[in-house]
Ligand binder design. Structure first.
Ligand SMILES: [Ca+2]
Ligand SMILES: [Ca+2]
Length: 96
C-alpha cells in the first residue's frame, strides 16, 4: 500500500482554484477526470496530516459537491468542494 504519493498538500501560502484542482486530480487513480468517494478519501487522508481536523467524511463531502447525483465529483463540481476544503481542511483557496 502506497499511502504517500509524494504530494505535499498546498495551502499554507494559499492557492487558486486551478491549483486546488491539480492537487485533487493527483488522486484521480483511474484517470476518468472525476473524483470518487474513494479518491477523495485518499486526498483528505493526506490533507489531514497537515490539518487539525479529524474525522472528515469523504462521502459527506461528495454528497455536498455532487450536484448531478452520479456519486462522482467532476471538473465542474470541484468548485463545490472549495468551501468544504477551506473550512474543514483549513486550505487557503483563492477564487479569482
Ligand atoms: Ca477517478
Ligand atoms: Ca457529479
Amino acid at each position: 500500500m502506497v499511502s504517500n504519493h509524494g504530494v505535499r498538500v498546498p495551502g499554507n501560502g494559499g492557492m487558486n482554484l486551478k491549483q486546488f484542482k491539480e492537487w485533487l486530480m493527483k488522486y484521480d487513480k483511474n484517470n476518468d477526470g472525476k473524483i470518487s468517494s474513494k479518491e477523495l478519501h485518499d486526498a483528505f487522508r493526506d490533507a489531514k496530516r497537515e490539518s487539525w481536523f479529524k474525522g472528515i467524511k469523504s462521502e459527506y463531502a461528495i454528497g455536498k459537491a455532487d450536484k448531478d447525483g452520479d456519486g462522482l465529483v467532476d471538473d465542474d463540481e470541484i468548485i463545490n468542494l472549495v468551501d468544504f476544503a477551506r473550512r474543514k481542511l483549513c486550505m487557503k483557496i483563492v477564487l479569482v
